[in-house]
Write a protein that binds this ligand. Structure first.
Ligand code: SAH
Ligand code: SF4
Ligand code: F3S
Length: 475
């Protein structure tokens, strides 16, 4: 294996700078030396595979992690028979956790075949003590574990493991520090996510995110704008500003959006997610007046019942939500409204559920993510009485899904026959003579075209609405 002797390790450690990001750049270089020797012995490249679960925040973190790994010398591959396999985990619902455990079982067999394989876990699941305990006890083939607050430390942890061969866990409970300026390997050359804030202070009673992502921290405006100018200079034309609740960005979110739109080369600006309680008229005006801002607002409803919303600690009522949704639709022509909805929250009665259906019927969302409530230990809702039986929740879920699907279909039909600007994202997996991309309102469009258009804006006629997507013709 790779392991170097203790004295050499101590010598290297004594030279490591203590400030960031210099320290991590130092460890990247040290890992690179160790692994390039190993690659020579094996007479092949060492490969890595980063697998991402969960939301856009995790996707963004994975780009940072992949950036570090490629600098170290790993060649990224899609399959999990790689020399370094990293799962960036999500714990928002129980299902996400179950999937990770299942796949860790499979990885054990791959590792038996490749003794060079290193397995690492990070992300939101790792911020839960009982999860880490279980993994250290029952999944000993996992070599490196870290959390959401120390993503930037990957090279340092890997260096330690390469030196000692001893499994390493390093989780920070929280942080007030934001380490930037490390390499990042973007999934797409033409679009990327940009963190504008980290963490969440809202403590919606069902949600684990504030516990695993920590308190809200807004990045400084100059830092955000500098990062976007940099990626724009490298060819990025679409950015998505990321935060659990972008409307509570500390230094004026609408103003930030305007400044981002003014950056040379940026053609489209998205943002995610908007909490209804904080969405201002100023934001509505800025979206309306800036054609570069995508015609899409993701506005999680969660429930249509004011009584349940109160128990959820969402801080708005059914009427507040409807009023906001109508104001958005009235003021911003062509805007798509999408949402998240939970069914089966503790105490949800049939009447409460009917209120949710009523909001969907009135707002007619362009698209909706629907979830069955999942009990997350440590959250306020986990202790509430009246957990809804599974069969009742399943039945409601079915009704809600059918309604949401018919609303999506109806909304896409509205634009059938019109022309729209599509950012072409890639070729179609099923038929490579087709390209796929997204409209400003986030609808997906498939049309025939040459792969030279990938990463560019194209004018496309929307011939046929197919429910969630269109088939179109390049103009
Ligand atoms: N910050 C975002 C949401 C992040 S989590 C926001 O507030 O909109 C994404 C979605 O997962 C949430 O909107 C919610 O609908 C769903 N979700 C969160 N916790 C859940 C739970 N315990 N059970 C089921 N769905 C949940
Ligand atoms: Fe979770 Fe609520 Fe924060 Fe969204 S706003 S991440 S749902 S606590
Ligand atoms: Fe999941 Fe963490 Fe995002 S729990 S939804 S990956 S913030």
């Amino acid at each position: 294996m790779y392991y170097i002797d203790e004295e050499l390790k101590q010598n290297i450690l004594s030279e490591a700078p203590s400030d960031e990001p210099a320290r991590q750049l130092f460890f990247i270089e040290e890992c690179r030396k160790i692994l390039s020797e190993r690659a020579e012995e094996l007479k092949r490249h060492l490969t890595c595979c980063v697998n991402t679960f969960g939301c856009q925040m995790n996707a963004k973190d994975s780009e940072k992690l992949l950036g570090i790994l490629t600098q170290i010398g790993y060649v990224p591959v899609e399959t999990e028979d790689a020399d370094f396999v990293l799962y960036n985990t999500c714990t928002v619902r129980e299902h996400a956790n179950v999937r990770v455990y299942g796949r860790l079982g499979v990885l054990k067999h791959s590792k038996d075949k490749n003794p060079d394989m290193i397995i690492a876990l990070c992300g939101c699941m790792m911020q839960e003590e009982q999860v880490v305990e279980k993994i250290r006890k029952s999944y000993r083939h996992v070599n490196i574990i870290f959390g959401t607050h120390n993503v930037y430390m990957l090279a340092e942890l890997l260096f330690d493991y390469l030196c000692t061969g001893i499994n390493r866990t390093e989780i920070l409970k929280g942080t007030d520090r934001i380490v930037e300026e490390l390499p990042s390997e973007r999934k797409y050359p033409f679009k990327c996510g940009i963190n504008i804030m980290y963490g969440c202070n809202n403590f919606c009673s069902y949600c684990i995110v504030p516990y695993v992502r920590g308190r809200e921290r807004s990045r400084r405006r100059e830092d955000i704008l500098r990062e976007i100018r940099n990626v724009a200079a490298q060819g990025v034309i679409e950015v998505m500003l990321l935060g659990q609740n972008v409307n509570s960005y500390e230094y004026d979110f609408p103003g930030l959006l305007e400044e981002v739109c003014a950056i040379d080369g940026i053609k489209r600006v998205r943002f995610m997610t908007s909490h209804p309680k904080d969405l201002s008229d100023d934001l509505i005006r800025v979206v309306r007046d800036n054609p570069k801002i995508a015609r899409h607002i993701h506005l999680p409803l969660q429930s249509g019942s004011s009584r349940i919303l109160k128990l959820m600690n969402r801080k708005y009522t059914k009427e507040d939500y409807l009023d906001l949704a109508f104001r958005i639709r009235q003021n911003i022509p062509g805007i798509a409204l999408t949402t998240d909805i939970i069914v089966g929250f503790p105490g949800e009665s049939e009447e409460d559920f009917i209120e949710t259906m009523d909001v969907v019927e009135q707002v007619r969302f362009d698209s909706a993510f629907t979830f069955i409530y999942s009990k997350r230990s440590g959250t306020a809702a986990a202790k509430m009485a009246d957990q809804v039986p599974k069969d009742v929740a399943d039945e409601r879920f079915g009704r809600l899904l059918a309604l949401c699907q018919s609303c999506s279909k109806e909304q896409t039909l509205k634009y059938q026959g019109t022309t729209g600007e599509v950012l072409v994202e890639g070729t179609n997996a099923k038929d490579p003579s087709y390209l796929s991309g997204r409209l400003s309102n986030n609808s997906i469009v498939h049309f025939k075209g040459n792969s030279g258009l990938i990463g560019k804006m194209a004018q496309v006629r929307l011939d046929e609405a197919k429910g969630f997507y269109y088939t179109g013709t390049l103009l």
